[in-house]
Write a protein that binds this ligand. Structure first.
Ligand SMILES: [Zn+2]
Length: 259
């Protein structure tokens, strides 16, 4: 499902004359952040990238229609997917490289007139690094920096473990790109060894360093078998609504303003 977005909202389509005009205002750069990494036998490698680009594009369009000066940037595609190393298709770069890329991109955005940037991240493996980068960009380049890292809604049979290629992601892809999904190959891999823990978890009080191969022989972490396109449409719309509403808030965000 392609996204129709006005040419004038894709920053990279502008001429340098038009870019100068944009930079003279107080625009927001919206950077979709995905990954190219294994998503099991049933989903494409670019799943996170496709979802991030779609959500960011629709959110920018909606925000711009509501009067927010938001711009869609080209996506970050090769990112920190080292947790999937060893599976074919894991095209990852290291944490140091991605950190440097994000900080240097921030410097370039600042030089082109952007003082606000939002990363719309759909690959969980990037979130911790991006949070660190937000502060680095704030301090080094005086940027107001924001991260959307919408949490995946847990599927009914996933025991809260649906973090990768599971119910939510598969549903969104059935909505956005059904031609790229092979539901006949979809199989559950719910890591009971994590789900049975009381304290240790992906989001609990005690986190752990994990590799996909510790948890799953296929790379799937969750249960995609009950995924459906209607659920996917609802989940995608939820992300778009949140990001577009957040953009309005980001446009006027001033954390020190007197109330
Ligand atoms: Zn993913």
């Amino acid at each position: 499902m392609g996204v129709v977005i006005g040419r004038d909202r894709r920053y990279a389509d502008l001429t340098t004359v038009e870019a100068a005009r944009v930079g003279a205002g107080d625009p927001i750069a919206v950077v979709p952040t995905g990954a190219v990494e294994p998503h099991g036998p049933h989903l494409p490698l670019a799943t996170d990238l496709l979802v991030a680009e779609h959500v960011a594009a629709r959110a920018v369009t909606a925000a711009a229609e509501a009067g927010t000066d938001a711009w869609l940037m080209p996506a970050l595609g090769y990112t920190k997917s080292d947790e999937h190393a060893g599976f074919p298709g894991a095209l990852w770069i290291g944490a140091e490289t991605l950190f440097r890329q994000v900080v240097e991109l921030g410097s370039a955005l600042r030089a082109s007139g952007f003082a606000r940037v939002l990363f719309v991240n759909c690959h969980g493996g990037n979130s911790a690094l991006l949070e660190v980068a937000l502060r680095e960009l704030r301090r080094r380049h005086d940027l107001r920096t924001f991260l959307y890292a919408g949490r995946a809604e847990p599927g009914p049979t996933e025991r809260g473990m649906g973090i990768h290629a599971g119910w939510a992601e598969t549903s969104m892809m059935l909505h956005l790109h059904p031609e790229l999904v092979d539901m006949a190959a979809a199989e559950a891999r719910v890591p009971d060894g994590v789900a049975d823990c009381r304290h240790i978890g992906f989001t609990g009080p005690v986190r752990f360093g994990w590799l996909a191969r510790d948890l799953s022989d296929t790379g799937v972490i969750g249960d995609p078998t009950g995924a459906d396109a209607d659920t996917g449409a609802r989940l995608v719309a939820g992300h778009v609504d949140t990001v577009s509403a957040a953009l309005a808030e980001i446009a006027g965000f001033d954390p020190g303003a007197a109330r």
